[in-house]
Design a protein around this ligand. Structure first.
Ligand code: ZN
Length: 345
């Protein structure tokens, strides 16, 4: 993991002034919340690095050069653990402990891989009980925290209530309301801000994105989502999906049969954007996400049933969370698209 991934982002300066370790915060557990794709993980990592750094900078951020920072960058700091799902570990190119390859249809196996289970929490016993390097702090980053299943959350609770001296917990979650109240009540809730449009644009340009405006529109202002969309294949996939969706009237099987684990969350997001634009047209407000389909959106909005559209919007909001859970992608998308067809009848 490169050094940059341990640094906070330009739009996180104000929130940093609240979190910086030298401010003497009495909290030992932080819950960083906010929408997906705004850089919560980066802030969590920057905070972890700052806690562990041996020679922090004047603004209390990690120096990036000391022994501790080097260990973090190399992924082998003895006093740092990242508690996450096996699926996320795999994504990050880390070693997958299960060593199994899951097919998209193997829902039970997928369920195991997208949760943080009790064994992972139990596996931290030595981490919590051993003396830390030079008697310094130890940091546990839990991300995504909502992936903790009930047994794992309960197992973690005791350590969260009575942590060994110098232990800091950093929980990162896009769906904090899914966390048990017992966990929530023991954390300092930190709402991570979205960047302003100029901040997001300038960051994307630095990341090498040549036309950030339309991507930021598609991503509802969330810069990491926009960065993911910048990929040419991703843009092509989006165009194809939106074209198909714009023509869909009934029987969505032609679309849903192509759903898989890799696109189910994106498709749900894109359906939500389509729904938003339909609602906007229905209320004579400007459309936001699909200007290239303005005529079609107008035609559809003039004849669809508002009540059914609102029902679909509500279902999509729930589906957005579910799309990151173990679902059968084809059935999941087929269901959402069938509901869309019902909106048009
Ligand atoms: Zn350092």
């Amino acid at each position: 993991m490169n050094a940059k991934t341990w640094m906070r982002l330009p739009w996180q300066e104000t929130i940093w002034s609240r979190l910086r370790p030298d401010q003497g915060s009495s909290h030992h557990a932080f819950l960083l919340t906010g929408p997906e794709g705004i850089g919560k993980q980066r802030l969590g990592r920057a905070l972890a690095a700052a806690f562990l750094c041996m020679h922090p900078k004047q603004d209390a951020s990690a120096c990036g050069e000391c022994e501790s920072c080097m260990w973090l960058h190399a992924g082998n700091h003895p006093d740092f653990r990242w508690l996450t799902t096996p699926a996320r570990m795999q994504e990050q190119g880390a070693e997958d402990e299960t060593g199994t390859t899951e097919s998209e249809e193997s829902v039970p196996e997928k369920r195991a891989s997208e949760q943080i289970g009790i064994d992972s929490v139990r596996g931290l016993a030595a981490f919590f009980s051993l003396t830390t390097h030079r008697g310094g702090p130890r940091v546990l980053l839990i991300e995504p925290a909502e992936a903790l299943n009930m047994a794992a959350a309960n197992a973690l609770l005791k350590t969260l209530e009575e942590p060994p001296a110098g232990t800091r917990f950093i929980l990162v979650s896009s769906y904090a309301r899914r966390l048990p109240a017992t966990i929530l009540s023991r954390c300092l809730n930190v709402s991570v801000p979205l960047p302003s449009l100029p901040e997001a644009k300038s960051w994307l340009e630095e990341e090498g994105v040549s036309s950030p405006d339309s991507l930021l529109t598609q991503a509802a202002g969330r810069p990491f989502r926009a960065l993911a969309l910048a990929d040419a294949d991703q843009q092509q996939a989006r165009r194809e999906f939106m074209d198909q969706l714009s023509k869909l009237e009934h029987d969505p099987y032609g679309i849903s049969e192509k759903a898989n684990r890799d696109n189910v969350a994106l498709w749900t997001d894109w359906m939500q954007c389509w729904c938003y634009d339909l609602l906007a047209k229905k209320h004579n407000a400007p459309i936001r996400f699909n200007p290239e389909h303005a005529m079609r959106l107008k035609a559809l909005a003039s004849r669809l049933d508002l009540g059914r559209l609102l029902d679909w919007e509500k279902k999509l909001r729930i589906a957005r969370y579910q799309s990151h859970q173990p679902v059968n992608p084809r059935l999941f998308c087929d269901d959402l698209l069938n509901d869309y067809c019902a909106v048009l009848q």
